[in-house]
Design a protein around this ligand. Structure first.
Ligand code: PMV
Length: 328
């Protein structure tokens, strides 16, 4: 039976940062990752998205931060929801990020996660968190993780159709409080988005096979360190995965260089702080921003040090946050 579209629904989803990174796809059409990943969901960075399906509308309309954007990529995603619900209604989508969009702060993770939840609810669909994760993954690989709060693992899966490529929580946010300081080194949108970056990767890095082959070991080591609440090991594995990811990006032909001078200076500042006795580790995604992971009681000190690094424009402090949830 077709689901009945109801009134518009607003959902909030928080951004996440991978400690063990995902890069590369085993199926581009279904957006299936070549490797699993482990992330933390952030309370300080989120997207609110309102979706309504309307019988009379001729096409989907999408606003981000009050500005109309090209709806085409979102129509593809909304079609997945319409197909499940058995409806043809066009959608009105309004989305707001409380942080810069498309600048390596994972707005696609929070954005597609919020859109999946608000869209399904607005279409009258009852969906499990796992189904939402599978759906969100089709918008953006990292979005599958933002359905859940705390510390989250995304499974690569083996199934051709992607039924086993979903995220699951490892620990709730309250189970092990961690802090994150984001150092913004560039406010502009990133030059090569992750989809384009991964497409360029396809068989064009000599390191790609090694990256995929080592992923299960890296994930297992991180799972163990998290279960033991061993922060030093979590931090060391986080830096290792970040540097390995960037080694892979640098070795793609042509090489992808996401760092600027302030990115590199921030990495050194974090290591210097650590050498001086503060347990803090860095990670960086497909953009120039640096994320420092530490205990919540060290975030103010870490933010002060990063704010002093030449080229750092701003810092933001965050803790671990909840999974996607409706706001209405
Ligand atoms: O979710 P996507 O397709 O934008 O890819 C995210 C890739 C990284 O942020 C670099 C790593 C990760 O696992 O989040």
């Amino acid at each position: 039976m077709a689901a009945a579209p109801i009134s518009p629904v607003t959902a909030r989803a928080h951004s996440n940062i991978a400690l063990i990174k995902y890069w590369g796809k085993r199926d581009a059409a279904l957006n299936l990752p070549a490797v699993g990943s482990i992330s933390i969901t952030l309370d300080g960075l989120y997207t609110d998205t309102r979706v309504g399906f309307h019988a009379g509308a001729e096409r989907d309309s999408v606003d981000i931060g009050g500005r109309k954007v090209d709806a085409a990529p979102f129509t593809k995603f909304l079609d997945l929801i319409r197909a499940r619900a058995g409806i043809a209604h066009r959608a009105r989508v309004e989305s707001w990020n409380n942080f810069p969009t498309g600048a390596g702060l994972a707005s696609s993770a929070s954005g597609y996660s919020a859109l999946a939840l608000a869209g399904c609810r607005a279409a009258g669909l009852e969906t499990s968190a796992r189904d939402l994760s599978i759906l969100a993954r089709q918008g953006s690989g990292s979005a599958a993780r933002s359905i859940f709060g705390g510390i989250v693992e995304m499974h690569r899966g083996q199934a051709e159709g992607g039924e086993d490529a979903y995220a699951e929580p490892l620990l709730n946010a309250e189970d092990w409080p961690l802090g994150v300081v984001v150092a913004i080194t560039d406010r502009n949108a990133k030059s090569v988005n992750s989809t384009a970056g991964m497409a360029a990767l396809d068989e064009r890095s000599d390191y790609y096979d090694a990256w995929v082959a080592r992923a299960p070991d890296d994930l297992a080591s991180m799972r163990d360190a998290i279960a033991a609440r061993d922060f030093e090991t979590v931090g060391a594995l986080t830096e290792m995965s970040c540097l390995k990811l960037h080694g892979l990006m640098l070795s793609t032909r042509p090489g992808l260089i996401y760092w600027n001078a302030a990115t590199v200076a921030s990495m050194h500042a974090i290591r210097a702080l650590r050498a001086a006795g503060t347990p803090v580790y860095f990670t960086i995604d497909a953009g120039p921003q640096v994320k420092a992971i530490c205990a919540p009681e060290h975030t103010a000190e870490v933010a002060a040090v990063l704010a002093d690094v030449p080229g750092v424009l701003d810092t933001r402090i965050s803790g671990l946050g909840p999974g996607a949830h409706p706001l209405d």
